[in-house]
Design a protein around this ligand. Structure first.
Ligand SMILES: NC(=O)c1ccc[n+]([C@@H]2O[C@H](COP(=O)([O-])OP(=O)(O)OC[C@H]3O[C@@H](n4cnc5c(N)ncnc54)[C@H](O)[C@@H]3O)[C@@H](O)[C@H]2O)c1
Length: 373
């Protein structure tokens, strides 16, 4: 007789019950992950152990009528990781994305997460991961706000008023109690107005909308960027004021003079080294750089105009007190985050533990005894 294997299924509603909307818990969880990233107690995909993930990219055309074709935001991506420390677990986030989804009443991307026993590979849990992924994405700039933003910050500019920036703002405001005002900018006025209504209602913060990026940045102490690629987002160096904290979660371009003068802190320099390696391996470095958040930075590093990634600072190093974060109230600090499976596994594991403790979710049977054992 072989071993019986059960795993826990957590629906979106179950993850809410287990605490996925608990901002402080998510930020503390992300902070622990940052520490493990800094000391190296983790693995992600690829030979470098630091790949963001493996994408299934669709061709522009195909002789096979059923094969999916390239389209806006259309892809599948697998994001595996092992996370050490108290987590000590493997997992994989898997998502499909298609800009046409909202017309079908679905989010742009649909995400799930598996957690697995690191030794046997048995599934421990299968989780609905849209909220989880948004929560971990927002918790990352939340940790950055905790460590890098000026504590007297009063105004936050929101560039790109979608779901991810809702999570980013929720987390950022939890760390900066003096914020009184938000300024919402989106290429669609309806999106920024809807966002402001949501922020007033849920976060009890006031603000305004604008259709002009420069105007959005005028008084901003903190800027959170999470726009999609519908249109390039450009910020001029002189639009960012002294002492600003720029938190980058989605693509943005600015002048070389800004990148070269800001105190730039990465989510994990090793992830960015891998992006550069993958760009070289792709055979079309420039096109690859165009498609990743760090592209504009890597180009300046390649040109010798910015410090090499090996000589740069990751947020985990700042949290551990090994490197300096913000050095003065006046300097402009930038934090860039590209998303790592380690954060999905970290938060997924915390929700799984909470669900076990509180009896949340549905136990599913893989087998009573494996047929092939
Ligand atoms: N770093 C990470 O871990 C991570 C994780 C998930 C998503 N993301 C990125 O975050 C971004 C937002 O994702 P989302 O799910 O909220 O998308 P979304 O489609 O829900 O919202 C994006 C918003 O950006 C707006 N927008 C597009 N171009 C703009 C521009 N030039 N200026 C201002 N607004 C603009 C759109 O109108 C839309 O309202 C995407 O780029 C996504 O790839 C990053």
């Amino acid at each position: 007789m072989g071993k019986r294997t059960e795993f826990l299924y957590l629906s979106e509603k179950d993850t809410i019950e287990a605490g996925v909307l608990d901002v402080e818990m998510c930020i503390d969880n992300a902070q622990e992950v940052f520490k493990l990233l800094s000391i190296g107690d983790y693995l992600m995909g690829g030979s470098s152990h630091n790949s963001h993930g493996l994408g299934l990219v669709f061709p522009k055309e195909s002789p096979f009528p059923n094969m999916p074709l390239a389209g806006p935001d259309r892809r599948f991506v697998a994001m595996p990781a092992y996370l050490g420390g108290d987590f000590d677990v493997c997992g994989n986030k898997w998502y499909g994305s298609n800009a046409a989804n909202p017309k079908k009443g679905l989010p742009r991307s649909v995400l799930t997460l598996n957690l697995n026993d690191k030794d046997t590979g048995e599934p421990l849990a299968f989780l609905s991961a849209n909220l989880l992924s948004a929560a971990r994405t927002g918790a990352v700039p939340g940790v950055a706000a905790r460590y890098l933003a000026r504590k007297d910050s009063e105004t936050v500019a929101v560039l790109g008023c979608g779901q991810i920036n809702r999570s980013c703002l929720r987390n950022i405001l939890s760390q900066l109690p003096k914020v009184k005002n938000i300024v919402c900018y989106d290429i669609f006025e309806t999106a920024s107005k809807k966002y402001l209504d949501w922020a007033r209602e849920e976060l009890k913060v006031d603000g305004r909308t604008t259709m002009d990026v420069q105007d959005a940045l005028k008084d901003a102490d903190v800027v959170t960027v999470a726009a999609s690629r519908l249109k390039p987002l450009y910020i001029k160096d002189e639009w960012l004021k002294e002492g600003v904290t720029l938190l980058i979660t989605g693509p943005v371009q600015t002048d070389a003079s800004y990148w070269m003068s800001t105190n730039l802190i990465y989510d994990n320099t090793k992830l960015h080294e891998t992006y550069v390696q993958e760009a070289v391996e792709s055979g079309d470095k420039e096109q690859y750089y165009d498609g990743v958040i760090g592209g504009p930075i890597y180009r300046l590093i390649d040109a010798g105009k910015m410090p090499k990634l090996q000589d740069s600072v990751s947020l985990g190093d700042v949290i551990l007190g090994q490197k300096e974060g913000r050095k003065s109230e006046k300097e402009r600090v930038t934090f860039v985050a590209c998303g790592m499976a380690a954060f999905d596994v970290g938060l997924g594991y915390a929700l799984y533990q909470k669900a076990l403790e509180k009896g949340i979710g549905t136990k599913l049977l893989l087998w009573d005894s494996p047929f092939q054992a």
